[in-house]
Design a protein around this ligand. Structure first.
Ligand code: GTP
Ligand code: NA
Ligand code: MG
Length: 338
């Protein structure tokens, strides 16, 4: 049997609703505090292994529950100015998490995100974040959402329900039927809402379980196989003293190797170049950047290339193999759409 790659999980939502904080809680990092003004300005990819999910569960779940090798999370900016990055993230995603601040409810970039998910037909879950800010909140001993609820007073449980119903009603105005994840019986008709607090790590396990469930229910047959033609989406282009041109990318299909010939779109149209070096763990500042000779999808990867080209951000990078004419045609069509 051929190996399935990790699903790409895009995190979308209105500015400051807590996307990066939720990812920090999943990773056990605090990247959000390092961002200038706490505003995300770029797309970043983070791999979460099944091992990490088991660790978050305190060993309560088993690796046997998973058919996927892990999840590749893609964080996007929620600020109004970065619509193109949200669309790029949305286009890449196999599945998505839409983050909504439980007090703010649906805001302009929430609606924009819903429209992106609709356009690309991306299955998604909703996370209602910042539940620690509601009245009568008691700081939990246990951080799984279901255990947390058992420690709360009835006043808090009612307050949470009121806020959730308000959001469910707003979503209904946008033709989405949603409900709290543990109240849903038909997952094909309803969108799951997982209440969370990134601040206290409440509901993080349920987010991971719900998103893994969504991936396995709807996506297993359609997740691209590792053995297909390598394709990556180039997010950022940088020039580095020692390496020359580097392309921060998300590999979503196939595998990349050093020395491999690839095509990218440049200001002068599609051009061929070679992969000089590959690096992973570039955006997760908690771990060391690692040089690799082979990288499998899906993965965030920094690609150093041999030629000095005026590469267009957002271009697909495609392995130069097989029918080269059709690769060039695909890139030409891509640049016409933009
Ligand atoms: P952009 O990337 O700029 O769109 O924002 P974001 O959605 O990534 O939100 P971010 O993680 O930067 O969080 C915004 C603010 O909300 C920060 O001050 C966080 O500390 C705070 N915050 C995030 N999650 C929670 C939470 O669960 N509870 C509380 N009380 N504050 C939170
Ligand atoms: Na922010
Ligand atoms: Mg952010």
């Amino acid at each position: 049997m051929e190996a399935l790659r990790q699903p790409i999980v895009c995190v979308l939502g209105h500015v400051d609703h807590g996307k990066t904080s939720i990812l920090d809680s999943i990773r056990g990092t605090s990247l959000m505090k390092k961002e200038s003004g706490g505003i995300t300005q770029r797309i970043g990819a983070t791999e979460i292994s099944i091992q990490r999910i088991i660790e978050i569960s305190g060993g309560k779940i088993s690796s046997k529950m998973f058919k996927i090798p892990g999840l590749l999370f893609v964080d996007t900016p929620g600020h109004v100015a970065f619509a193109n990055m949200r669309t790029r993230g949305g286009a890449l995603a196999d599945i998505a998490i839409l983050v909504i601040d439980i007090n703010d409810g649906i805001m302009p970039q929430t609606v924009e995100s819903i429209n992106i998910l609709r356009k690309f037909k991306t299955p998604f879950i909703i996370v209602a974040n910042k539940i620690d800010t509601l009245a009568y909140f008691i700081k939990p001993e246990n951080t799984s959402f279901s255990e947390f609820l058992k420690e709360q007073r009835q006043e808090y449980i009612d307050e949470l329900d009121n806020k959730l119903y308000a959001i469910i009603n707003q979503l209904y105005q946008h033709n989405l039927t949603a409900d709290r994840f543990d109240r849903i019986t038909d997952f094909t008709k309803n969108v799951s809402i997982v209440p969370s607090s990134a601040k206290y790590s409440i509901g993080i396990l349920e987010i991971l379980m719900t998103i893994s469930g969504l991936a396995q229910r709807f996506l297993t047959p359609s997740i691209a196989l590792i053995n297909n033609l390598a394709k990556a989406n180039v997010l950022e282009i940088r020039r580095e003293e020692s390496l020359g041109m580097t392309l921060d990318s998300i590999l979503y299909q196939g595998k990349l190797k050093t020395g491999m010939a690839v095509y990218v779109n440049t200001s002068e149209g599609p051009k061929e170049t070679k992969i000089k070096a590959l690096f992973t763990n570039v955006s997760s500042k908690s771990t060391k950047v690692t040089e690799r000779s082979v990288v499998n999808s899906a993965s965030g990867v920094r690609i150093a290339i041999s030629d000095k080209l005026d590469v267009i951000p957002g271009t697909t990078l495609i392995e130069a193999k097989g029918d080269i004419d059709s690769i060039i045609k695909e890139l030409q069509e891509e640049s016409q759409v933009k």
